[in-house]
Ligand binder design. Sequence first.
Ligand code: ADP
Ligand code: ADP
Ligand code: ZN
Ligand code: ZN
Length: 844
Amino acid sequence: AIKPLKNRPSEFSGYVTVRGAREHNLKNIDLSIPRDALVVFTGVSGSGKSSLAFGTLYAEAQRRYLESVSPYARRLFHQMAVPEVDAIEGLPPAVALQQQRGTPTTRSSVGSVSTLSNLVRMLYSRAGDYPPGQPIIYAEAFSPNTAEGACPQCHGLGRIYEVTERSMVPDDSLTIRERAIAAWPTAWGGQNQRDILVTLGYDVDKPWRELSQKDRDWILFTDEQPRVPVYPGYTPEQTKRALKRKEEPNYMGTFSSARRHVFHTFANTNSPLMKKRVMQFMLSTDCPNCQGKRLRPESLAVKFAGYDITELSRLPLKTVATILKPFADGTATGHEKQEAEHPEQTIVAQRIAEDLVARIQVLLDLGLGYLSLERSTPTLSPGELQRLRLATQLYSHLFGVVYVLDEPSAGLHPSDTLALLSALEGLKKAGNSLFIVEHNLDVIRHADWLVDVGPEAGEKGGQILYSGPPEGLQKVKASQTASYLFGQTETPVRKRRRPAGWLRLSGVSRNNLHDIEATFPLGVFTTVTGVSGSGKSSLVSQVLVELVAEHLGHVITIEEEEGAELERAAPLHTAGHIREGMESIKRLVRVDQKPIGRTPRSNMATYTGLFDHVRKLFADTPMAKARRYDAGRFSFNVAKGRCENCLGEGFVMVELLFLPSVYAPCPVCHGARYNAKTLEVTYRDKNIADVLSMTVDAAWKFFDEEPQVYRALTVLREVGLGYLRLGQPATELSGGEAQRIKLATELQKAQRGNTLYILDEPTTGLHPADVEKLLAQLDKLVEAGNTVIVVEHTMRVVAGSDWVIDIGPGAGEEGGKIVVAGTPEEVAKSDKSKTAPFLQQLLH
Ligand code: ADP
Ligand code: ADP
Ligand code: ZN
Ligand code: ZN
């Protein structure tokens, strides 16, 4: 269905040449790739595509740019990456649009990232309808983030935070000593406040509810901060006597009411964890002054097309474009009258509206029309964020740069892929080069030039198998990409399994889902499809997960990015219940692409539990026994065995005077992480550091006589991670790798059945050959009596599933319904489903 948009250029305007690239696993490679063309890097996961595109080409462009700016400016950037490469010639400046792994650091919205908000504010300032007599206000006054614009009561937050006695003292039968005041800090901080109250003469041993209301209010809400002598460890009687005798106190302590503590911590702490903790004691309501709209009344009084600026910012972009179009082309109702009365305002409105409509159109083309300007970026998927930034680039009119992109098709339904391709085409036409790491076959087919990296992952990859126009790849035997691209690999026809039962949800509401029913088959492999923004994640990753977890009595840990926390302070409207099917579900497991740890202290060996067994093996060696070393000695997180210079990190931070600090291998242990004594202990001639630097494949051979370790390693190999080193820090792993480690950890557990597995786009970052491996594992889970539900865009996966639930038909408010559900064959026949035509192609 997806055809090339335009013939490939017959000649390229020039080439980028790379000599001797050795970053990560790259094998000293030489390469020439065209400029002003769409170049796609392919290869199995871990083969070295990113090491080449991002780690070498982009890093070098970045380094040259930084070298050209002053040392002062350079200091503002983080550590300068210096790629391992002999020479690169012909490289234009580069812009990377990488999928963000981990937390976006700044609080931003669709409007601010796309810079559309600036234009909208200008529109309101210069061309809005003001109430009679109100003077024109500046564009800044339409932003809640400025002093001119922010609602004075809520300071632009839109919500008012309060604490009440109930919220801070959940159990009033407890005494203060028993921590009735839950909002106070735990540990020492709380004891300190209690001891201060003792000095102040409050009864800390009476149940809270028996204290007088006056005392309770003072303790919880006062703004006073008396400073008093503190005698920790004294009883109230002893304290009284000590005070009378004016005995030298242990220290002087400052009282802080519970409210003060909560608000002060909330406003000042840098720790997301602390913030989270105090937030549980705060109640929030819409600000009564601005009704949650965050702006001062004068700003909200200005309307455009009948909407105030907040109302407009909450509409889907698609609707905003429809509202603005008549103003852009001069067909708005009352246009002539308006033009006669306020000619200047009309012209300004038309200019800005034109510009806005054109810019929004790019976002609509990229399938993002369901987003609103106000939507905060932490709630977007990485793929959506990347496309948003891509759209912003499209009208920034840069030329002569290389855009380096990481899987721009992630999260895109096949029906949206053509729009993506035409957006990329637009950047190319403007005179730019595109270097793209991609797995989607439709995008790969569209490339002007392919660079296939392989043949396998890690040490067995890092070579250029092919570099040239796509059709030439067909002849390359070693390429795993070739067989998928040229149709030599058939879509496997699977025997469809029959559902063992049904999980029925009704009254489901969330985001764009309004009171719908949804039925998921049990004991089979289900894929949930639909265009981006149709409601797949809302249904599966949000509502289904929450309802099932609630039923099972799990406490749902909100793992969301910390930035989303505040944005989410407004309660989500979730409704729905499970009508039947829970009898056969005993466990819920989500396998997502979130990192397995945020510090280099966690790695695959620790996460999977495999390292525990390895440490025991070392503790069981004769030398360890003779020296009385236990398993803890072989942990790099424990003082006994680790290198004390780097505290087991293996590297140290070196502060440079005028340059950013850099990490260097620890000079004492040379990166081994352990102290010399520990490293003397060997198991089959290898010390513990040697083991951590083995790849899974090597360790699998090494530990073939140790069933538990061997089993864990076998599963890791089966999910395609044989190339990873056991000790590779969690921070170096990609989302796809983290996900497969989680899956492997799950698979090595004894299979009990009756578990519901939920995965959201597990194929992101995976080469078709890796997808095959993933599917084999998911199949095993189903065979063992479990249920697997996956949100998915890759049609090969959908075609191979037992059951398909297609959501849509469109995005945002045009979606949110179940269009069709059934076997892939049944769904393919639907004339309403946007998925059907793509599925049909694979099923004939
Ligand atoms: P791909 O993009 O093809 O999936 P990568 O370029 O990310 O592959 O990885 C190639 C190899 O380099 C893999 O073995 C990977 O584990 C390793 N690698 C990736 N990032 C790092 C890093 N920061 N430090 C060390 N090794 C890395
Ligand atoms: P899909 O998974 O099919 O791409 P989603 O379930 O993520 O779709 O989104 C469905 C609709 O709900 C979209 O209109 C989207 O903008 C909206 N939406 C999703 N998450 C949020 C959120 N956290 N806040 C506000 N709107 C959201
Ligand atoms: Zn307000
Ligand atoms: Zn060290």
